[in-house]
Design a protein around this ligand. Structure first.
Ligand code: FAD
Length: 516
């Protein structure tokens, strides 16, 4: 849950230290740990907290080697911990080596600049200076040589090696090495531009550039839009044969197979299908709401808002729209503070039988099919539905940017059966929904928050190995959406993302049938 009064929550991918957990996290741990000691009332700490959250998202793949933690020293229960670590001012960052002893106070941690990039680079420098015992999950970070590469495949059982050629000042090679540490069947090494034997063997002229090197000495250059960290990491993580540790190799041919009872419907993984949206309607209204035999209070308010945005913005078949409109007007006109689910269900079924009306009465996932029965399906369709609704509201010229998102927030809060998901979503809404002012910012808000969830869930048990969680849309789907900051870090080009989203989720792009 949410730490009372603290600056971070469970969704931030930052370990929230307490007196009870501090030893388990900092003492004798297999990963190095960066700890922010802060006081929730301190202005600098409040100003710094978005940077620390962004850092946690930026280096989430590095967790097995180095993790981030924080503790609120303003909380009286935590005072003793902060005093024990000799912390007097806030915010203080400290670096704890892997296998630190109980008496270790951590090392002072100064980044050249207190932005994500500066701290990320300082973490790399700390890791490089890490004494033995080295965090076991951390791959070697020092530059490699021709001699090492010549015998590489004799001592390493990986089928391919990514070599990042760069100058000594560049951090890209080390960043990509760490970005790939949770992936099997690939290793990454940096090669300095001064390593002439290798540079001339591969004919390298661009620094940075990335080459794939195979046993026997064959090599090819990795093709990317920009010679930059994010593009290398994304491309390498998705190479054929490369898979997240502990997960089966993804089926990258899009000839997906499944072990579900349902026959597999071939579909295009980068399109939206009406079958998923209509299935989401059925499941949300008939199945999820049925958890409430009597709907009242906040749940009734949530249902009314949800029905209202469905009636206004659900795209597609007019028979379905007609049904939604008549259920909506029935619901908005019911008097009294209670609605029984049976009455609601009857309204759904009756309206669906009236002339020119229809409501699907079962689920049939297409774009949301999973490779296993418990993967994807409903939650995938919920995201898809609300992306579509925010885009429809924008196309309809809705003036209240919050209309759809508030309906989503209330729906998820009241009915979404995955309760931890609902809590996480609610804390994102509390944190930033107030920033949404127009239908345009609503579309972008849902996109960025969905990407945050994707970032947090990459590699989780709920991730379908055939549909890895990525920062969406990928460079293949929307090359123009991806660009670079002056400092070489990845940046979304919002002027491109917005038209991409509004087209991808527009009524005219939704496929009404699947491939057969
Ligand atoms: P999904 O993430 O469901 O996405 C569906 C489709 O949307 C993708 O296939 C892609 O085409 C598109 N898409 C992906 N990213 C974006 C984006 N940024 N913008 C626009 N479109 C995009 N699961 C948990 O384990 N823990 C949680 O805390 C959690 N919270 C959730 C909160 C909500 C509100 C919802 C609806 C779901 C939540 N889930 C959570 C479920 C999880 O997010 C996925 O829905 C589920 O794992 C299925 O993943 P998927 O591969 O089908 O892709």
């Amino acid at each position: 849950g949410v730490e009372a009064g603290g600056l971070y929550t469970a969704t931030d991918q930052i370990i929230l230290l307490t007196p009870a957990t501090v030893d388990a996290v900092l003492v004798n741990s297999t990963a190095a740990v960066v700890v922010e000691f802060y006081a929730s009332w301190c202005g600098h700490c409040i100003a710094f907290s978005p940077t620390y959250k962004n850092l946690a998202r930026d280096v989430r793949e590095w967790k097995p080697a180095v993790d981030l933690a924080a503790i609120d020293c303003a909380d009286e229960n935590n005072r003793k911990v902060c005093t024990n670590y000799s912390v007097r001012g806030y915010p203080t960052l400290k670096f704890f080596n892997a296998y630190s002893k109980a008496e270790s106070k951590g090392q002072a941690f100064r980044a050249s600049s207190r932005d994500v990039r500066g701290i990320r680079q300082a973490i790399i420098e700390k890791l490089e200076k890490h004494q033995e015992p080295w965090p076991p999950a951390c791959p070697p970070l020092e530059p490699t040589s021709k001699a090492e590469i010549d015998s590489f495949f004799e001592t390493n059982s990986v089928p391919q090696l990514a070599l990042i050629f760069e100058d000594a000042k560049s951090y890209i090679g080390r960043e990509v090495t760490l970005d790939l540490l949770q992936f099997d069947n690939i290793a990454v090494r940096r090669v300095l531009d001064t390593e002439e034997a290798l540079v001339s063997q591969l004919g390298v002229t661009d620094f940075p550039s990335c080459y794939l090197y195979y046993p026997g000495g064959n090599f090819t250059r990795l093709k990317v839009k920009y010679e930059a960290r994010t593009f290398y990491s994304y491309a390498l993580q998705r190479l054929p044969g490369v898979s997240r540790s502990g997960k089966p190799t993804p089926n990258i041919t899009h000839q997906k197979t499944n072990s579900t009872e349902e026959p597999w419907r071939r579909f295009n993984a980068v399109r939206v299908y009406m079958a998923d949206l209509e299935s989401a309607l059925h499941y949300s209204l008939r199945v999820e709401v049925s958890a409430f035999p009597v709907i009242n209070g906040d749940a009734l308010k949530a249902l009314k808002m949800y029905m209202s945005v469905l009636a206004k913005y659900f795209p597609g078949r007019s028979v379905v729209k007609n049904s939604l409109k008549s259920v909506d007007s029935w619901l908005q006109n019911t008097s009294g503070s209670d609605v029984s689910f049976d009455d609601f269900r009857e309204a759904l079924d009756n309206t669906a039988q009236a002339p020119d009306t229809a409501l699907p009465d079962r689920v049939r996932w297409v774009g949301c099919q999973g490779s296993q029965p418990h993967l994807r399906g409903y939650p995938c369709a919920v995201w898809t539905l609300f992306h579509v609704l925010t885009v429809q509201a924008l196309h309809a010229g809705a003036s209240d940017g919050l209309e759809v998102l508030t309906a989503m927030r209330e729906y998820v809060h009241a009915f979404f059966g995955c309760r931890p998901c609902a809590q996480h979503f609610e804390s994102m809404a509390q944190e930033s929904l107030s920033e949404v002012s127009s239908s345009t910012t609503a579309v972008l808000w849902l996109w960025t928050r969905h990407n945050r969830v994707n970032n947090r869930l990459a590699g989780a048990l709920s991730e379908d190995p055939d549909f890895p969680k990525i920062q969406w849309p990928s460079p293949e789907m929307c090359p123009l959406c991806h660009t670079l900051k002056v400092n070489g870090d990845h940046k979304w080009d919002l002027d491109q993302v917005l038209p991409f989203l509004t087209k991808y989720y527009s009524n005219s792009s939704i496929l009404t049938d699947f491939l057969d």
